[in-house]
Design a protein around this ligand. Structure first.
Ligand code: NAD
Ligand code: UDP
Length: 338
């Protein structure tokens, strides 16, 4: 029984690989390393003591991925493979639509050909758009996205729902992630962004380690308690555990389900910086700057459904997230060194 992790060498995929292996699943990884490198999987092998079958392949290439389905007994696919930088998606929308939609289509086509009926998809809280009030519930309609990246997620959700309607045997779980941060407790795997980080936590940790001068906090005039935006930060290992629960569920239920994977608790940007400093005993130089285009004041989940249906809830708090991020960053100041 094997789970194919498409895009499995990336940040969330590599942590999920650890949790799946530790839960007794065999995993097969397919990645073109456009935003990762083979070293992450080598480290997963060290952490778990298991050898992982890995394919260097572009998931859009249907012919190339057929080999994976021929050579392995794939029971379920988790589709992590996508481009994810919001700003870049505004600059290069066609590249984002081409990559993200095409990976989805070739996976669905190939799964159909080889009679694989279970797929779990990495969606995002961004699909709730601007209209829905927080906290977000899975029953809310998808909203109007603020950028092409978000639209690719909304479109892919629609594609999966349509595919499942046409093939009642196809089971689909759409996981809407909130803000994953942190790293495996060992400090051996973690988030390794190319160039200047877009996301808050890698920026914070790179300032702390001396790679960047100063964090700019985007806006302190939002209608929140301290004026900075709030988000639902979730430890990546809790997120990984959520995938294991989703795999357990999809193996035993013919379903089309959406789950929020978040803690349900919002923290502000200032709280993140202060907690990181306190837990790790290190200063993070920061200044307050202008708002970033497209940012919402608040974004957090109602995470009850994942608990009620999957029996999943988060185990780690913000201190754990800040400690584990720093443990990874200080042990790997250059990330995987790619
Ligand atoms: P990541 O970039 O670290 O991982 C994605 C992986 O997919 C990378 O290893 C990349 O090389 C691979 N990939 C991309 N296009 C590919 C292709 N055509 N063929 C083969 N491999 C390809 O990102 P992540 O943070 O691990 O995110 C995983 C998924 O979760 C993405 O789909 C992302 O959009 C989604 N997501 C991430 C976040 C977040 O904050 N990290 C939030 C919500 C949703
Ligand atoms: N943020 C910030 N400075 C940065 C990066 C992010 O103040 O250098 C803020 C951003 O405005 C948002 C929060 O941190 O309020 C989380 O941003 P991130 O890009 O990590 O995730 P998003 O919620 O936008 O997906």
């Amino acid at each position: 029984m094997a789970v194919l992790l498409a895009g499995g060498a990336g940040y969330i995929g590599s942590h999920t690989a650890v949790e799946l292996i530790n839960s007794g699943y065999d995993v097969v990884v397919a990645d073109n390393y456009s935003n990762s490198c083979p070293e992450s999987i080598k480290r997963v092998e060290k952490i778990t003591g298991k050898t992982i079958k890995t394919y260097e392949v572009d998931i859009r290439d249907s012919q190339a991925i057929e080999k994976i389905f021929v050579e392995n007994d794939i029971d379920a696919v988790i589709h992590f493979a996508g481009l994810k930088a919001v700003g870049e998606s505004v600059q290069k929308p066609v590249m984002y639509y081409r990559n993200n939609i095409d990976t989805t289509l070739s996976l669905l086509e190939t799964m159909s050909k080889y009679n694989v009926k279970n797929i779990i998809f990495s969606s995002s809280a961004t699909v709730y758009g601007e209209e829905n009030p927080v906290p977000y519930f899975e029953t809310m309609k998808r909203g109007v996205c603020t950028n092409p990246y978000g639209w690719t997620k909304a479109m892919m959700e629609q594609i999966f729902e349509d595919a499942a309607k046409a093939d009642p045997e196809l089971s689909v779980i759409l996981l809407r992630y909130f803000n994953p941060i942190g790293a495996h407790e060992s400090g051996m795997i973690g988030e390794d962004p190319h160039g200047i980080p877009n996301n808050l936590m890698p920026y914070v940790s790179q300032v702390a380690v001396g790679k960047r001068e100063c964090l700019t906090i985007f806006g302190n005039d939002y209608p929140t308690a301290d004026g900075t935006c709030t988000r639902d930060y979730i430890h990546v290992m809790d997120l990984a555990a959520g995938h294991v629960k989703a795999v357990d569920y999809i193996m035993n239920n013919n379903c089309v389900e959406i789950f929020n994977l978040g803690t349900g608790v919002p923290y502000s940007v200032t709280e993140i910086v202060q907690t990181f400093e306190k837990v790790n005993g290190i200063k993070v130089n920061h200044v307050y700057g202008a708002r970033r285009d497209g940012d919402l004041a608040e974004c957090y989940a109602n995470a009850d459904k994942a608990y009620e249906v999957l029996g999943w809830k988060t185990q780690r708090n913000l201190e754990d997230m800040c400690r584990d991020t720093w443990n990874w960053q200080k042990n790997n100041p250059e990330g995987y060194g790619r």
